[in-house]
Design a protein around this ligand. Sequence first.
Ligand SMILES: NC(=O)c1ccc[n+]([C@@H]2O[C@H](COP(=O)([O-])OP(=O)(O)OC[C@H]3O[C@@H](n4cnc5c(N)ncnc54)[C@H](OP(=O)(O)O)[C@@H]3O)[C@@H](O)[C@H]2O)c1
Length: 396
Amino acid sequence: MIYFSNLPCSKIKQPLFLNYVSFFSSSSGLVIIIVVFSFSSLDMDQQQQIRKFMNIVAPPVILLTLVLLSPPFLVLEFFLSILRSFFSENVAGKVVLITGASSGIGKQLAYQYAKKGACLVLVARRQNLLEEVAEKARLLGSPDVMSVQADVSKVDDCQRFIDETVNHFGRLDHLVTNAGIGSVCMFEDSTEINKFTPVMGINFWGSIYATHFAAPHLRNSKGKMIVIASLAGWLPVPRMSFYCASKAALIKFHETYRIEYGADIRSVIVVPGLIESEMTKGRFLSNEGVLMEVDEESREVEVGVFPYASTEGCAKHIVDGACRGEPYVIEPRWYKAAIFCRSLCPEVLEWFYRLVYGTLLGALLRGGLSKYWMSRMTTKSPTHPQPNLLTKSLVD
Ligand SMILES: NC(=O)c1ccc[n+]([C@@H]2O[C@H](COP(=O)([O-])OP(=O)(O)OC[C@H]3O[C@@H](n4cnc5c(N)ncnc54)[C@H](OP(=O)(O)O)[C@@H]3O)[C@@H](O)[C@H]2O)c1
């Protein structure tokens, strides 16, 4: 039902087929409630018998239902996406706050919103870079741009930048929680375990703190939450366990949150795959918990020869999806196939990951096939970073 509550215009007269779907969903809910109540009135032996019966009957019935319902559901999704594009939100003059706007996806999001005429609040720790982004955003068409130096893992900083936004503009329409860091190391190689807490602090808590302080303002403006999660929150990527966990928590939090808030605040969960940015150029937390400016070794193992999408294209897709009020934006789109594969046959994906990331062949290919291929390539991708190993501790 989230799909329907997320329709961009509440004044649209609901088409007849949506009424049928609503009726079908409510009746199914009613049947489930009746079954649960009847089940709880049975004694333990009877309940045990029914559980055994359900274990045998439920899987094939669910599979058959999926096969039967998938085609009409896909058709419905298609029509809904057409409907959403007709009622796409015009963000000109509206106020958009973006965290992590000093580089990569956040920077390009600022430019895309600026082209649509939105007023911007840009947040990150590197003030000099923020100023450059703000300058270009003004040239691209943003009527008013404010930059705020802040660390999203600090709750007081999050309260401050939301307060400053509302004091300056009097409203907030879109909150984009994009700030994030990656970490790359095998769990057994993480020498100082407590140095990885910033991954959760920035990727998860950084989004939650900002959401907490922004929620009353978003509710007033009937605004939107745009959450930059990651495909790694759905797929188990080796050497990125902390990162995957932080993004999985983020997705689950915001999926729950949008059910709680309903149509008051619409949430758009963005699931990017590999996108060209400082992160994919090797800006990761190393196994000592140190933020490497460019970690070529980890980059070759983790990103290797995999193709990645352009930051600009990704940002355009995200902003268009946000304006249409899509519940999920997956970029590149073909990654949907990997998610489908993961749901139907998770083992196949695990074998693939073990082979490519070198946990299957162990010491022979410790870096995995990905790194092996990279070492055999004579020319590297144009975005391949220079071996400029500047390091900076995040925790000390
Ligand atoms: N690139 C990909 O392949 C990919 C894939 C899936 C998801 N994502 C997600 O996309 C988001 C953007 O990443 P990116 O690829 O664009 O990487 P990026 O170029 O490294 O950008 C990360 C941004 O986050 C900001 N940031 C980091 N820590 C922060 C903190 N404590 N407080 C405030 N800002 C902070 C950084 O700014 P400062 O250092 O100036 O603070 C920077 O602007 C992240 O959430 C990432 O997990 C990226």
